[in-house]
Ligand binder design. Structure first.
Ligand code: ACM
Ligand code: ZN
Length: 288
C-alpha cells in the first residue's frame, strides 16, 4: 500500500454521508479533532503552528507519541477556530471530542512563545498551559452550542469547567472527574481497548501490547465502586476503542472488534446483578 492508500482522505461529502448513514440507525457520530498533541500532520502542512517555525515537519507514518505538538500561539488558536468553524456544520452532535491526550511538554519548555504565554497568564507550568488551551477551546465550542469531551489528561493543570472526560489510562481519572461533577465515559485500556490482543500472542495476528480477553471485557463494571450513588450518576457510559495502528483492513477491524464489542454492549446495558458469564457464552453462540 502507498501512504495515500493507507490513509483515507474524507471529503466533506463523505463525512456528510457517514454522519447521515449513522443517524438513520440512531447512532450519533462524534468527531475527535486532536489538540494539542498528535498534530504532526497539521505541523507538516503549516510549520507556523509549531514551537520551532524554522523546522519542517513530516506526517507520521508510524504510531507513537511525538514531541512536536501545536504551539499555543494566537496563530494556532486562529487556525483551530477556522478548522472548527468549517467542521461545525458537518458534525451536528452535541458533544465534540478534542483529544487532549499524550501531549509531551518538551517543546513548550524551550519555546520563547510558550514561556512568555505562561508568564503573561501567570500560569504555574506547562500543564497549566495545556489546561489553558483546553479551556479556551471549550469556550469557543460552548459558544457554538457544543460540549467538550477530552481524554483523562485534561485533568492535569485543572479540568475545563464544563468538560466531559473519557477515562482511558485506567479508572482513576474517571473517578476524580465524576467526584467533581463532570460527565464521564469509562474506556479503560485494560478492559475495553479492542486493538489489544484477544488471545495468546503465539497464535494471534500482530496486535497492540497486552491481552484484553473477552472474559475481562465482560467482567468489567463501568461504575467504579469508589463512587457514591449520587456520584455514579455522572458515569454516562462505557466506550471501546479500536485504534488501527496494527490493523490494515476493515476485515481485521471486525476480527478485533468481535466478539468483545458484543460484551461491551452487554456491560453497558445490563446491571452487574444480571450478568452471568456462562449464560453469556451460551447466548454468544447465536451471535457467531
Ligand atoms: C488514547 O488511547 N491515547 C486515548
Ligand atoms: Zn511554543
Amino acid at each position: 500500500l502507498s501512504l495515500h492508500d493507507a490513509l483515507p482522505i474524507y471529503t466533506q461529502e463523505d463525512i456528510k454521508e457517514i454522519v447521515e448513514y449513522a443517524r438513520l440507525r440512531h447512532v450519533t457520530v462524534i468527531p475527535e479533532i486532536e489538540i494539542p498533541g498528535h498534530s504532526t500532520a497539521a505541523l507538516a502542512a503549516y510549520p507556523q503552528l509549531s514551537c520551532d517555525t524554522t523546522k519542517t515537519y513530516e506526517v507520521s507514518t508510524c504510531w507513537g507519541v511525538k514531541d512536536d505538538v501545536y504551539c499555543p500561539s494566537e496563530f494556532t488558536f486562529k487556525f483551530l477556530e477556522d478548522v472548527f468553524t468549517e467542521m461545525l456544520p458537518l458534525f451536528p452532535s452535541r458533544y465534540w471530542h478534542i483529544g487532549g491526550d499524550e501531549c509531551p511538554k518538551t517543546r513548550w519548555k524551550s519555546c520563547p512563545k510558550c514561556q512568555s504565554k505562561i508568564k503573561e497568564l501567570k500560569l504555574k507550568d506547562e500543564h497549566e498551559l495545556q489546561s489553558y488551551v483546553i479551556r479556551r477551546v471549550e469556550k469557543f465550542l460552548n459558544k457554538n452550542g457544543k460540549k467538550l469531551i477530552g481524554w483523562d489528561e485534561i485533568l492535569e493543570g485543572g479540568i475545563a469547567p464544563n468538560a466531559a472526560l473519557m477515562s482511558w489510562r485506567g479508572v482513576a481519572g474517571g473517578i476524580t472527574a465524576a467526584k467533581s461533577g463532570h460527565p464521564v465515559i469509562m474506556t479503560p485500556n485494560t478492559y475495553v481497548y479492542l486493538d489489544h490482543y484477544q488471545a495468546s500472542m503465539d497464535i494471534s495476528p500482530l496486535a497492540n501490547g497486552r491481552i484484553c480477553a473477552l472474559e475481562w471485557t465482560y467482567g468489567y463494571n463501568p461504575i467504579p465502586k469508589e463512587l457514591t450513588e449520587q456520584e455514579a450518576k455522572h458515569i454516562k457510559g462505557v466506550q471501546a476503542n479500536v485504534w488501527t495502528e496494527y490493523i490494515k483492513t476493515p476485515e481485521q477491524v471486525e476480527y478485533m472488534a468481535y466478539p468483545r464489542a458484543n460484551a461491551v454492549a452487554e456491560i453497558g446495558w445490563s446491571s452487574p446483578e444480571h450478568k452471568n458469564w456462562e449464560d453469556y457464552l451460551d447466548r454468544l453462540q447465536y451471535q457467531f
